[in-house]
Design a protein around this ligand. Structure first.
Ligand code: PMP
Ligand code: GLU
Length: 395
């Protein structure tokens, strides 16, 4: 069968595949500990569910404007002003079916055949494929663990070429959990200042930040950078709403209009009931968010403590999101039964096979010396999972 070259170039999301495999094994009766997918284990807060129910009974069950209902776009503007010091008008906001969809729209209105888009490795899985789907070429800058998985201005300058169109910045980061300080964002913004390139700023983990750190959006650096930035955010992570599929982008009106135009031919508006839920998430009480952040911080500390006890594993302390990204290369060349581990992928396969623990190999994020462990699961599961990992690796 001949499919389009676009379809043939693309590989499906490895994070979602690991999750599907873990769930399949669990269904067949295995007691799997799933550290695979990045999805809060908490339920969506009750007030948000109630807002959705009310919207449904009120009859908010029809098409809405493609970029989302006006009230939600106003609430997003209020949020961006309050949290990020960013002034946007409702016509500069496009609500989409998850932040993944917002990123897709952003990349597709910016980049085309022959263009280059800079991404920072370790990178989140979908950036690479979305850039390729747009016909553009991903240019990867490697950020080292020694530098907290963050890039320096000279790294950006070294990656620029005549076809560079945009750069994707992700803080807090998936998969490393690293968080750029406001001062570091300033140096990145300064490096980008005279380049004319666009920034797609993925801020989906903004609220999941620990140790009193502060999230800074690059768009707030100055009006010129703001004009060339598409800020991407959403409710999936902060409000435990992954299944509702609501993300949003904020951009200059002309860009937002193009993104909405693209969306008008793909999905039309995002789900009308989920939009009512997102409105309540943004405007309603925020207590459940603080409870979740406190739980994530506790889990992070526990998992770091356990990883530190496993010989050879090196792991940075992440400042945000809900992942740890340990370097497991000390295990390369080691034999476990008849299998020799030579990569993060081999180790992930071993952990699934022998420990019944699902993790994502670093290869999915551009560096297979690592594995990603999501701690968006209960402390009880984390304890059990870490016991099992320690046991398998101690052989
Ligand atoms: N960006 C990053 C870095 C993510 O980890 C995710 C997780 N899915 C997304 C975007 C997409 O979020 P959503 O579920 O809202 O599509
Ligand atoms: N962002 C989550 C992760 O990295 C969800 C999976 C996905 O959207 O690919 O696990």
């Amino acid at each position: 069968m001949r499919l389009s070259s676009r379809a043939e170039r693309m590989s499906p999301s490895p994070t979602l595949s690991v999750d599907a495999r873990a769930k399949e094994l669990a269904l067949s009766g295995e007691r799997i500990i799933n550290f695979g997918v990045g999805e809060p284990d908490f339920d969506t807060p009750q007030n948000i569910k109630e807002a959705a129910t009310e919207a449904m009974y009120r009859g908010q069950t029809k098409y809405t404007p493609v970029p989302g209902v006006l009230e939600l776009r106003k609430a997003i503007c209020e949020k961006l002003l309050q949290d990020n010091g960013l002034e946007y008008r409702p016509e500069e906001i496009v609500v989409s079916c998850g932040a993944k969809h917002s990123l897709y729209n952003a990349i597709h209105v910016l980049a085309e055949e022959g263009d280059e888009v800079i991404i920072v490795a370790p990178y989140w899985v979908s950036y690479m494929e979305q850039i390729k789907l747009a016909g553009a070429r991903p240019v990867v800058i490697k950020a080292s663990a020694e530098n907290g998985f963050k890039i320096k201005p000279e790294d950006i300058l070294g990656a620029l070429g005549p076809r560079t169109r945009a750069m994707i910045l992700n803080t807090p980061s998936n998969p490393t959990g690293s968080v750029y300080t406001p001062a570091e964002i300033t140096t990145v913004a300064e490096a980008l200042s005279d380049t004319g390139i666009w920034v797609v700023s993925d801020e989906i983990y903004e609220k999941l930040i620990f140790d009193g750190a502060r999230h800074a959006s690059i768009a707030a650096f100055n009006p010129d950078i703001k004009k060339r930035t598409i800020v991407v955010n959403g409710v999936s992570k902060a409000y435990a709403m992954t299944g509702w599929r609501i993300g949003y982008a904020a951009a200059d009106a002309e860009v937002a209009e193009a993104m909405a135009g693209l969306q008008s031919h793909c999905t039309s508006n995002p789900d009308s009931i989920a939009q009512a839920a997102a409105l309540e998430a943004l405007r309603g009480p925020q207590q459940s968010l603080s409870l979740m952040v406190a739980a994530f911080a506790e889990r992070r500390d526990y998992i770091l403590h356990r990883l530190a006890q496993i010989p050879g594993i090196k792991c940075n302390k992440p400042g945000g999101a809900f992942y740890v990204f340990p370097d497991v290369s000390a295990y390369f060349g080691r034999k476990f039964g008849c299998a020799t581990v030579a990569s993060g992928s081999d180790l992930a396969a071993l952990l699934l096979e022998e420990a019944k623990v699902a993790v994502v190999p670093g290869a999915a994020f551009g560096d297979d010396r690592f594995i990603r462990i999501s701690y968006a699961t209960s402390l009880e599961n984390i304890k059990e999972g870490m016991d099992r990992i320690s046991q398998v690796l101690s052989i």
